[in-house]
Design a binder for this molecule. Structure first.
Ligand SMILES: [Zn+2]
Length: 467
């Protein structure tokens, strides 16, 4: 959107991810997405009196691993704390979280953009447990207001939840979404979470405020909670920006509050006034000892951390341009492009193949580079890539099946196809270029898929134009 240049957008994100552990954070109940309701519960996660929590060591390791990937300082002594509040999906009446002493302290995350690099501050990353899931039945909104009744599924209660808090360093909806995409990719590469918004294993709280260009400090922010769609996050940020600028310019008070985004009206409405940390009356969890990660553990985990995706995009952008480099990295396809380019395939071709073909065994990269370089039929390429995902392939099995790229051989076929479909040819000449796909299909059929699509496209355009 075009922003009034005198106003600056200020966005920070709190990202929550479900860790991919086998069991819950403080008990041994299995984590299973989509299991029948209330089948994974026990006295600990149902908060029966006297039941005591035991922390999940794997969840702590995963949190440290992600902290290291975000260049965070790892605490020598982290403390679990009780965050007190009441809600039906929180049977203990408090959530075990980390407050003053989180596992991961300040870090940084590189966010490359077409205009240059940005560095986004990471304030902290801490470990907590998720609440259970409340389902509101009846009514039309799916929310508690107007529902006939509500049900609670305690399977989710106690799932290890990692919260990553960014500094308010993001300056546009696009930047916020890029940050989120790169962070999601980092989380997936470390295999600590599926980080899937549709399944609810990645959710974001978005904090938005505005200030006049050049202004120091921050104005009151709006918090939009539990966003689970990239598109809506972008739209909600833009809507908050518009509404806050309008309010400030009209001299109205902008109070710090929680807001809901309504996509039908593209507006935010106030949900409730913001709680202060004091309202939760945090105090150290008396049933758990502090976590003191041994230095050897931290060093071992450090060895599993890759270069940040932002650094990889910057490196690839020089060869491919920024947009292709970013697409390759955020889709997890960059390794394929690198493997093919290392075998001598031109970088842009390697990138296109990586984006459009499925995964293959790395050992097949040399054979595939030769196969892509030869002008093979589409069928031969499809077969080679399908086989390359399962086991070693021999390029000689495919290299003889070259595509028919000879113009003299293709011209009569193309002319015959055009002559057989005069109506479609007329439609094309009338400006409907989409019909070209129909003709390409016909030519491929006539040649049993052996024609080189690039040559066919070019010849068809020429001959149809001449009509
Ligand atoms: Zn349990």
């Amino acid at each position: 959107m075009t922003a009034p240049p005198e106003w600056e957008l200020v966005v920070g994100l709190e990202v929550h991810v479900h860790l991919k552990t086998r069991t819950k954070m403080f008990c041994r109940c299995a984590l299973e997405y989509g299991a029948a309701e209330n089948t994974h519960t026990c006295p600990v996660c149902l908060a029966h009196p006297g039941a005591l929590p035991v922390p999940n060591a794997r969840a702590i390791e995963m949190t440290i691993l992600l902290g290291l990937a975000l260049d965070c300082e790892i605490a020598e002594r982290a403390v679990f704390a009780r965050k007190n509040y009441f809600y039906p999906d929180l049977p203990k009446g408090y959530q075990i979280s980390q407050y003053e002493a989180p596992l991961c302290g300040p870090g940084r995350f590189l966010l490359p953009t077409e205009e240059g690099d940005r560095e986004i501050g990471i304030v902290r990353a801490h470990l907590e447990e998720d609440a259970a899931k409340t389902v509101h039945a009846g009514g039309t909104t799916g929310r508690s207001v107007g529902a006939d009744y509500s049900l609670v599924d305690f399977n989710r209660g106690g799932t290890p939840l990692l919260e990553i808090v960014s500094a308010p360093d993001l300056r546009s909806a696009d930047e916020a979404m890029s940050y989120l995409r790169l962070l999601r990719q980092t989380i997936r590469e470390l295999d600590v979470s599926d980080a899937d918004m549709e399944k609810g294993t990645l959710r974001a709280d978005v904090n938005v405020s505005v200030r006049r260009a050049g202004e120091e400090g921050f104005r009151p922010r709006w918090e939009i909670k539990n966003m689970n769609s990239f598109r809506f996050i972008g739209r909600a940020i833009d809507a908050a920006f518009r509404q806050q600028v309008a309010a400030h310019e009209a001299g109205e008070e902008v109070a710090q509050s929680t807001y809901d985004y309504d996509d039908t009206t593209d507006r935010l409405t106030v949900h409730r006034s913001k709680e202060e940390a004091d309202d939760y009356r945090y105090f150290p969890e008396p049933d758990l000892v502090p976590v003191e990660p041994p230095a050897e553990l931290v060093e071992r985990l450090r060895g599993q951390v890759r270069e940040q995706p932002g650094d990889r995009i910057r490196r690839l952008a020089g060869k491919l341009g920024f947009a292709s480099a970013e697409e390759l990295v955020v889709t997890g396809n960059e390794w394929k492009a690198e493997a093919l380019a290392a075998e001598g395939l031109e970088w842009k071709t390697a990138a296109a193949v990586a984006m459009n073909r499925g995964d293959f065994l790395p050992e097949n990269a040399p054979a595939l580079a030769r196969i892509v370089d030869a002008n093979l039929t589409r069928e031969a390429l499809d077969e080679a890539f399908a086989a390359a995902a399962d086991g070693p392939i021999d390029p000689e099995d495919y290299l003889l099946r070259t595509a028919l790229g000879d113009e003299d051989a293709l011209a009569p076929v193309i002319e015959a196809v055009i002559a057989a479909h005069p109506e479609q040819a007329e439609t094309y000449r009338g400006g409907k270029e989409g019909v070209l796909g129909f003709f390409v299909g016909q030519v491929m059929r006539e040649t049993q898929g052996k024609a080189d699509p690039k040559v066919v496209n070019q010849l068809l355009r020429e001959k149809l134009q001449r009509g």
